[in-house]
Design a protein around this ligand. Sequence first.
Ligand SMILES: *[C@@H]1O[C@H](CO)[C@@H](O)[C@H](O)[C@H]1NC(C)=O
Ligand SMILES: *[C@@H]1O[C@H](CO)[C@@H](O)[C@H](O)[C@H]1NC(C)=O
Ligand SMILES: *[C@@H]1O[C@H](CO)[C@@H](O)[C@H](O)[C@H]1NC(C)=O
Ligand SMILES: *[C@@H]1O[C@H](CO)[C@@H](O)[C@H](O)[C@H]1NC(C)=O
Length: 683
Amino acid sequence: MAEKEEGSSWIDPSLLVGLGLVAAGAIYYLASRRERERISVPIDNQSIELPGGVRISRYCVNEELLAYKYEDSRTLYEAFMRGKRVSNDGHCLGWRETKTSPYQWLTYSEVEERFMNFGSGLSKIGVAAGQETFLGVYSSNCIEWTIIEQSCHAYSRIVVALYDTLGPEAVAHIINQAAIECIVCHSSKVSGLISQVSNCPSLKKLITIGSEVSEDEKKAAADVGLELFTFQEVEEQGKEHRAEPVLPTPNDITTICYTSGTTGLPKGVILTHGNVIANVSGMCKHIEESIVLSPSDCHISFLPLAHMMERCVQAIVFMNGLKLGYMFGDIKNLVNDIQVLKPTIFISVPRLLNRIYDKVLSGVNSNKTKKWLFDTAFKSKLSEVKRGILRRDSIWDYIVFGNIQKLLGGNVRLIITGSAPISERVVYFYQVAFGCYIVEGYGQTETSSGCTMSLPADTTCGHVGPPVPSAKVKVVDVPDLNYFASNGEGEICFKGPSCTSGYFKEEEKTKALIDEDGWVHSGDIGKWLPNGTLKITDRVKHIFKLSQGLYIAPEKVENVCSRSPFIAQMFLYGDSLRSSCVAIVVPDEEVLMQWAGEHDKGGKSFEELCTDEEVKKAIFEDLYNVGKRDGLSSLEIPKAIELTSTAFSVENDLLTPTFKLKRPAARTKYMPDIVEMYSQLPA
Ligand SMILES: *[C@@H]1O[C@H](CO)[C@@H](O)[C@H](O)[C@H]1NC(C)=O
Ligand SMILES: *[C@@H]1O[C@H](CO)[C@@H](O)[C@H](O)[C@H]1NC(C)=O
Ligand SMILES: *[C@@H]1O[C@H](CO)[C@@H](O)[C@H](O)[C@H]1NC(C)=O
Ligand SMILES: *[C@@H]1O[C@H](CO)[C@@H](O)[C@H](O)[C@H]1NC(C)=O
């Protein structure tokens, strides 16, 4: 016995364990080694070019655009009914009563019961069914929003969303232009609306969601001749007096979507059921080879329903019988909601994706061991991602990325982003750390038309993919700016069943939007890449000219410069009488604070650092180097910068609700800085 033990003791048991692990690791590696996902679209030739430089999706059958995906879902009402059927009447809408409670669910038929009641109740209180009625909706996202919208589908009423960032003047303009008689609003909006009544003679009824309306408000409403109802009252009325549905056709209008743009009063984009169905059918078809949506998929709704992006995504959800959970309260609680709901699809804007990315990285960077492990893991997985392999079953997912994945609940398999450009490092981060698809769409919230979208299986960045099956896309000459379609570059135009027929009651503006041949002109500049994808370069209306006659595309320059880790946001400005550009920069707080710590400025606050000349110099140098490295000409790179610690935001009126910089507002606000910078520069 003893001998035997001694005889075998030359092998250290821990070595055996170690060898075992290596062997297991090797077998595991071989077993799980992956190849690029195979799809029918050649990844180096993603779109079909028709005569006239028009491009379409390779998923188009016989070169025809897709108007709808399912014969039985040609209106949004039918789409909901399809969802009820394919989910076998599964969970439809979820919400949380408080910020710690679990999600509760309504099934598809429960939602149907409620929207049929609400739609009937509207008729009962005198809001007619049919295309003559424009129903205002003025609330943040909640299950009532869906019930209202679906009730409009079932009774052919037209939804008009109102939202705060428009400002009171714009809200009054919309009520008047659409002659809105009834608004369903959150109770917090009641007093604001009462004060508008004298400017809005059409307005007669308010239906309130949320907390009770106070006695004072009730009286104030009565004094100005407004009838007040609660949401529940209307549902109860409808339950007792159920009206026959008035089902829409594909050509009926579903919504007038007002968009604020960067200047002037908002314009209402007319969208039919057919437009939205084409839009969502196109998107589903586009991703289908990689991702088949099924009732087990779940979406978390937090982007404002007043914009078409979220509404279109909800249409996808219902058409395919998915589950939809609402965020509780505000965005501060979002991460917790996500962890409880565990969504599988995540629709976001770059701003939020950037914030999560920054948060993860600052956690990682705070600990040397963690950072080393993360960097090693990241490198290893990134090389796979670059070869088109996405997964979350690698050894690194167990050791390093698992906890990061839990941040978004652990089940996300598709991230969709749009409305603003997203940087390459952020896209790679999500592909690596979450092992999920991330697709970037390009379309116009303005016209709800488009669009192009990157294919899930294409892991590369720097483009917005090929056209979706519901749209034709081309670029046209912009001779002033030296863009020629013959070089594959110019103003992006769309055409197809998802495109709007124009702006509501705005003939002139509609003519400027849609040309005689039916092409919607986007105002954006794009370029076709050799692999058939589109790259967005800038907005026509933002481009400016310097005194030596050179045109500068500010968004392009800002996007390149923002690759400097120091820069969170930037506003580039050029005076046509000067030969150089200047810029206002919002530094990245975390990066700057860390840099300050390493450069003997640890005691200073972020605000103080933003006024520090040395800091400015360091940031300027980095910006310059990044600009040079990534191909900007020396005239495109600003010659002077000024720092500000105040981020550009929707609240301070420097961003549009879809997070685009409002250039005229930024110019006004920063004019003193601009004048100061130019005074230091040679003419
Ligand atoms: C892309 O595909 C088209 C056919 O759709 C073909 O004519 C063209 O030569 C291809 N281009 C490249 C670069 O392979
Ligand atoms: C850094 O992270 C490692 C691994 O997670 C942990 O063991 C260690 O305690 C951390 N060090 C510090 C200083 O927090
Ligand atoms: C659908 O509409 C959304 C929101 O307006 C837009 O961003 C997207 O580009 C559109 N997609 C298609 C396929 O038309
Ligand atoms: C498509 O072309 C662009 C620009 O040449 C490149 O950055 C990207 O990696 C390409 N994507 C694929 C999948 O080939």
